[in-house]
Design a protein around this ligand. Structure first.
Ligand code: RIB
Ligand code: CA
Length: 295
């Protein structure tokens, strides 16, 4: 499977990248960055730091520096000033490609159908669809982290809105209405504490003597000590692609509120549609895949 990773690293984006890069069951063609947890320059530098730490040659393409409308909000309170848990990983030697994200996505999709793992605001994907409308059919499936779909669950920016959809609701609505097959991991599953990193999971990670596990521990140890638990929202999107058997999902259509008090709210109509939203996770299997992916 040919895969593009669209990210706003971010600690959980970084964990997703470490698990994806070098995974033998997928062929990662590229990484595109988007403003979200941090600004675009820092998100791009962080993606380069992670590819370097993973010993990966995968190209990094800089993407949108702001949402389709409005301004970018950041989450350095959660992800640290450097966006990677204040781990201060070495400055990367490698540079981003000159091609911008939307064009890079079109070039990757030119020769083969492309699957996308999107774990930040969906600005790059929306810009790709708007700039290359005839290429939507070249996208096999999008596995994304975003939204919240169970009526009993609440957002993490406002009671209605999850961060990625709140940052760029227009882009989220555009992608969800595109007709492309989508698997969405919303907060209703990604906030499952059994799949988060707490001190006991961190201790297990420290016991794995690989470069990937060591980098993961460097990135996540400060957030875990500061917040006692760190949710791996973005890893759910990757595992939905790599390990679909550990999830249950529900079929629906989704629209996203773009203005007013409920800006960024994901509104699901269940029963029909091209979108599967994750509804349950086998937590034991999730933990096992996480530790094995770092080994
Ligand atoms: O709401 C969680 C999402 O917002 C995750 O993707 C996290 O990295 C932030 O981007
Ligand atoms: Ca993210």
């Amino acid at each position: 499977m040919k895969v593009l990773l669209d990210v706003d690293p971010g600690v959980d984006d970084a964990m997703m990248l470490l698990l994806a890069l070098g995974n033998q069951s997928i062929d990662v063609l590229g990484i595109t960055t988007v403003c979200g947890n941090v600004g675009i320059l820092k998100a791009t530098e962080n993606a380069l730091k992670i590819t370097a730490a993973a010993g990966s040659q995968v190209a990094v393409y800089r993407g949108a520096s702001r949402p389709l409308s409005g301004k970018c909000m950041h989450a350095t309170g959660i992800h640290g000033q450097d966006g990677l848990g204040d781990s201060h990983l070495p400055k990367p030697m490698n540079k981003p490609e000159r091609t911008k994200a939307a064009q890079a996505i079109s070039e990757m999709a030119e020769n083969q159908r492309l699957s996308i793992v999107a774990t930040g605001p969906l600005t790059n994907i929306a810009m790709f669809l708007d700039s290359y409308p005839d290429m939507a059919k070249r996208i096999e499936r999008i596995f994304l982290m975003g939204g919240v779909y169970c009526p009993k669950s609440t957002g993490n920016v406002t009671p209605f809105a999850e961060f990625n959809f709140y940052c760029d609701p227009e882009a989220a609505d555009r992608v969800m209405a595109s007709g492309i097959e989508i698997v969405a991991a919303g907060l209703d599953v990604t906030m499952d504490g059994r799949c988060a990193v707490d001190c006991s999971m961190l201790a297990k990670m420290r016991g794995i003597k690989t470069a990937k596990a060591s980098t993961a521990c460097k990135i996540i140890s400060n957030p875990v000590s500061r917040q006692s638990i760190f949710h791996l929202h973005d890893v759910f999107a990757l595992f939905a692609m790599l390990h679909p058997e550990i999830f249950e999902s529900r079929t629906c259509r989704v629209r996203v509120e773009t203005a007013g008090k409920q800006r960024g709210r994901s509104i699901a109509s269940f029963g029909i549609g091209n979108i599967k939203v994750l509804s349950k996770v086998n937590a034991e299997m999730f933990q096992e895949k996480l530790l094995r992916g770092l080994s």
